[in-house]
Design a protein around this ligand. Sequence first.
Ligand SMILES: CC(C)(COP(=O)(O)OP(=O)(O)OC[C@H]1O[C@@H](n2cnc3c(N)ncnc32)[C@H](O)[C@@H]1OP(=O)(O)O)[C@@H](O)C(=O)NCCC(=O)NCCS
Length: 141
Amino acid sequence: MSSPANAGHMMAPAQLSDGSELVLRVMPLPADVNANGDIFGGWIMAQVDLAGAVLPARIAKGRIATVAVNQFVFKQPVSLGDLLSFYSRVTRVGTTSVTVRVEVYAERNPAQLQVVKVTEADLTYVAIDRDGKPRALPVRD
Ligand SMILES: CC(C)(COP(=O)(O)OP(=O)(O)OC[C@H]1O[C@@H](n2cnc3c(N)ncnc32)[C@H](O)[C@@H]1OP(=O)(O)O)[C@@H](O)C(=O)NCCC(=O)NCCS
């Protein structure tokens, strides 16, 4: 399993060793906390959906829709103050769909910085036309 080369020591990098690229960084707000005092999983899922759409949108060169979340694992709780970095890589390009693996790392405890993986997910996006129907992906450069 890939991880930031400097996990546990320094800031989350711009790229993981497996080529996954940074597509989003965001810090949750107090409004995103659940009854346990951790960050609400639904908020994280929404961010993962946004982050996951970045590479498929580039490939589709137009409208896309999320068709499936094939896997979603919350490995560690996310806390207020964590800075989240979302990495994505394309795992499959089909006729109309693109599947990505998204991994989320939290930077926490700035005084003695730690980088921990908190979430990973596989999502599939479909290129759609003006009527919302699947359309073939354009030929890639
Ligand atoms: C996305 C949507 C247009 C696809 O239409 P569809 O008729 O179901 O599409 P198809 O069965 O032709 O499949 C289209 C592609 O999606 C893939 N796909 C469909 N269901 C899938 C699933 N459960 N997991 C992974 N891929 C899936 C197919 O394999 C196909 O990919 P390919 O062409 O690269 O081989 C339609 O399902 C839709 O509008 N869904 C709602 C999307 C939405 O609103 N998302 C936001 C969250 S609510």
